[in-house]
Design a protein around this ligand. Structure first.
Ligand SMILES: [Zn+2]
Length: 855
């Protein structure tokens, strides 16, 4: 109640300010102040849009937009967003009169004399920038998230000015087009065709899209709904193998969500486009979802994780239709809400379809390691961040949003109970349908359903960064337990936060533990255990709690030799021991030994995958090069044995990929080469085109004799034109000749060459491969210097991925020193978010180099 009054008071103050304030220039980007000013003035917004896509890729896309809206307060100018050069505006009509809005950086400002109170109509003819249109010779797709619609057409590019769009497109003959609205008419006479789409529901600019190109269209009907899948896959057998599953997964997700939310699918038709080398896993444009093609079109060798990943991705994007598209964050600082809801719902949707999977274990592996990878670093951020300008919206995304927030949301559901939580979500969705809401709105809705203080809970978990240190203290008197206590502390002592959360503690004798459930609300928790000292005490044995767990020394020693029998407890122990290693409490060699000892007997596929991933990391990064070479034969023999013993294709594939990525000895490389040549086969494992490409590339980065011939032959062998083009792009990064590799890097200074981000990242990864790290050290400094421009020109995940790909192969003190020096000498005004990205990407490198000095 109090909170509601307060919000009203603030809104009244804002209203008062905006009316008396003199008009200010809108500045660059889309500033929060500008967005608030416009949201208070503009309502009832509609865009009528036409784009002409020429058949020649080098010719610009041009268009015309008519913007209709009601305006409050016509006494002041009104800024549209349009981030294109001033000459990109060809003409304009302002409320029936020819005129030209004033062009200032990133905006077109309409003078007060051209505006009216009430209904307004502004028409602008323009040329679009290519960047958000992702053009290639045979197709294009618009990707406007987070605020790039303004590069394609003049608009109000903020999520809380939702609008109805009516679109028509002129596209080259033979191209298929899609957009959010249903296709109304198509007219395909002459060299181009015109496609008109029906008016959309109210949607935010970042969710508006269109695509056109040479696509194959597959349709299917499920539950009375017609789905269309547009794609460019050339392998008909692959399409046939995947299509039913893809349609089924969509239909299943829709019906689950309609049931959970109590709201029918809100956007009419449902199409989706499979984009080769898409920047993200998927993008949730209502009625027109885009996916990264390989994530949906699985190869026969697909692992269990890839199948789960596909189901989760489809459920995630479908959940966005309600969470994000129907109800949208008011501003991008709350972008995490839509991501967490989508992930959270995806887990609920996907789980029943995979009854053979241990879902608690899967949740643990899918979220905790990645969340900790960022949250343990000095570069971490709170789930909810401040955002003054949409220019910086891209850097809000990352593991804290995608991995930590779902962990926190699961705890919120546990706090409220599943039924109350669902009721609260339904109320929230209904109250804000086709509108916008903030995290505060949701917490207010949920707070009425619990006696707990959700605002205090939200402060520790959502508004502040980091994780508690949770320490187990076991005191023994001979064989008898004297006391067992778990304490929590804030690593930032001065802040002194307390994190309320459920905490399970397993008391283990031999490998069997018995978990007891507690609720950690204060600084210390006393736990009653058996009278005899246990072999181990394992906090977070059910994988629900979150923190930097510090084991007691005897439990640590025991668990490094014997992981618990229970699957979730074993997974949790594994993750905790890894964190202890990163924090310097477990030696990398001890972690390596544990993995090599445990892997041959492990039966759970998810745990095998996780262990293989840790094994790669510990070998390439945490143990010295000489030790890695010494252990190579033993690790490869273990992987060959694992490959032979694996009894499912997905497990075979996991072991094979691990062997391929760790191979160092001459005999294993020779064997892999004969697999690549197809003179050897792996019984039970079918390798597809992408597998052979990766195999050829991994052989080349190891400099096997005849590498260039292998690469040439693989390119010649590759049937799919998109994959062929990608491999040609990546190839120089694999060259044995360092001058060729240097030239690969040098060309990336040109933003045009960085357009295909997935390609660039693959090449950068090979350039900085641990086996080539020494010769790549010189590229680290320029890569750091390019980050600022990369944020400006690239898509939202690119800055972090660029830094990860650059640094993940390095462990030398020299590279650590380069990064440290770069950070120490940052100029004033350098974006804090980019500084944090560098800190989090460099965290392992800095720790490895620190620990190396101590040893
Ligand atoms: Zn998402």
């Amino acid at each position: 109640m109090l909170r509601t009054l307060l919000i009203c008071a603030i809104l009244m103050m804002l209203g008062g300010v905006s009316q008396s304030r003199p008009y200010e220039a809108p500045g660059t980007g889309v500033a929060l102040a500008l967005a608030e000013e416009r949201a208070a003035r503009v309502t009832n917004l509609r865009y009528e849009l036409h784009f002409t896509v020429p058949p020649v890729q080098s010719a610009p896309v041009s268009g015309r937009v008519t913007i209709r809206f009601d305006l409050k307060d016509a006494s002041r100018p009104l800024a549209l967003d349009f981030a294109a050069p001033s000459h990109a505006v060809a003409g304009a009509t302002l409320n029936g009169r020819d005129g030209k809005p004033e062009y200032v950086t990133d905006h077109l400002v309409v003078a007060a004399s051209d505006l009216r109170s009430g209904a307004n109509e502004i028409t602008v003819e323009f040329r679009s920038a290519d960047a958000p249109l992702n053009r290639s010779a045979e197709f294009l797709y618009a990707l406007f998230v987070p605020a790039r619609a303004r590069q394609a057409f003049p608009c109000f590019d903020q999520p809380d000015l939702k609008a109805r769009y009516t679109l028509s497109l002129d596209v080259p003959a033979g191209w298929t087009a899609l957009s959010n609205g249903a296709e109304a008419t198509g007219d395909s006479r002459g060299p181009s065709s015109t496609v008109r789409f029906a008016e959309t529901q109210p949607v935010s600019t970042y969710l508006f899209t269109f695509a056109a190109g040479r696509f194959t269209v597959d349709t299917a009907e499920r539950d009375g709904r017609r789905f269309r899948m547009l794609h460019r896959e050339t392998d008909a057998a692959k399409v046939a193998r995947n299509r039913d599953a893809i349609f089924d997964l969509h239909a299943g997700a829709i019906s689950w969500l309609e049931n959970y939310t109590g709201i029918p699918y809100p956007f009419g038709k449902f199409d989706f486009l499979l984009v080769p080398s898409f920047q993200f896993g998927g993008m949730e444009h209502p009625g027109s979802v885009y996916y990264n093609a390989p994530a949906l079109m699985l190869d026969e060798s697909a692992t269990q994780n890839q199948k789960l990943g596909r189901a989760s991705l489809i459920a995630h994007e479908t959940a966005h239709m309600w969470f994000g598209d129907l109800v949208t964050m008011r501003w991008f600082n709350d972008v995490w809400m839509k991501e967490v809801f989508a992930n959270f719902m995806a887990a609920k949707i996907v789980n029943p379809a995979f009854p053979e999977i241990n879902h608690d274990l899967r949740f643990l592996y899918a979220h905790y390691p990645a969340a900790y990878d960022v949250d343990r670093t000095a570069g971490t951020n709170a789930i909810r961040q401040r955002l003054d300008n949409l220019d910086e919206a891209g850097s809000m995304y990352g593991a804290i949003i995608y991995q930590k927030a779902p962990i926190v949301m699961r705890q919120l559901e546990l706090l409220l109970g599943a039924a109350s939580f669902r009721d609260g979500m339904q109320e929230y969705l209904k109250a804000h349908a086709f509108g916008n809401a903030t995290w505060t709105d949701l917490i207010a809705t949920l707070d009425r359903r619990t006696p707990d203080d959700l605002a205090a809970w939200s402060r520790s978990w959502v508004e502040e960064a980091g994780r508690p240190i949770i320490r187990v203290d076991l005191k023994a008197n001979g064989e008898a337990v004297e006391s067992l206590e778990v304490t929590q502390e804030d690593p930032i002592t001065a802040r002194g936060l307390l994190w309320t959360q459920p905490l399970s503690v397993a008391i283990g004798y031999r490998r069997d533990g018995v978990g007891t459930r507690h609720r950690m609300t204060g600084r210390a928790l006393r736990i009653s255990s058996g009278a005899t000292v246990p072999d181990y005490v394992l906090p977070n044995s059910d994988g629900v709690s979150y923190g930097n767990f510090v084991l007691d020394p005897s439990s640590r020693a025991y668990l490094l030799e014997n992981l618990p029998a229970d699957e979730v407890a074993r997974g949790s122990a594994l993750v905790i021991l890894w964190e202890e290693m990163v924090d310097g409490r477990v030696l990398p060699r001890a972690m390596f030994d544990l993995l090599v000892k445990t892997l041959p007997t492990e039966r759970n596929e998810l745990t095998i995958q996780r262990m293989l991933s840790y094994l790669q990391q510990v070998r390439w990064r945490w143990i010295p090069d000489a030790e890695r070479a010494d252990s190579a034969a033993a690790v490869e023999a273990m992987s060959r044995a694992g490959l032979n013993a694996a009894n499912t294709p997905s497990l075979k594939s996991a072991w094979f990929n691990a062997l391929r990525d760790t191979a160092q000895t001459r005999s294993t490389l020779a064997w892999l080469e004969s697999v690549w040549k197809k003179t050897e086969t792996v019984p039970g494992l079918v390798l597809a085109e992408p597998d052979f490409i990766t195999l050829a590339q991994e052989l080349a980065v190891r400099g096997v004799p005849g590498s260039e011939r292998i690469l040439s032959e693989q390119i010649a062998r590759t049937q799919n034109p998109d994959r062929k083009a990608r491999m040609e792009f990546v190839r120089p990064s694999l060259s044995a000749d360092s001058t060729v590799r240097d030239a690969f890097f040098a060309q990336l200074k040109d933003p045009i060459k960085r357009r295909r981000e997935a390609w660039v990242l693959e090449g950068i990864g090979y350039l900085h491969h641990p086996l080539r790290a020494a010769s790549a050290e010189k590229h680290v400094q320029p890569s750091l210097e390019m980050l600022l421009e990369i944020q400006r020109t690239g898509d939202i995940f690119f800055p972090k991925r660029w830094m990860d790909a650059t640094l993940s192969g390095h462990r030398s003190p020299a590279v650590a020193a380069t990064v440290t020096k770069f950070l120490a000498e940052l100029p004033a005004g350098y974006p804090d978010r980019l500084r944090r990205i560098i800190l989090s990407s460099a965290d392992d490198l800095l720790r490895v180099s620190r620990q190396g000095r101590q040893q």
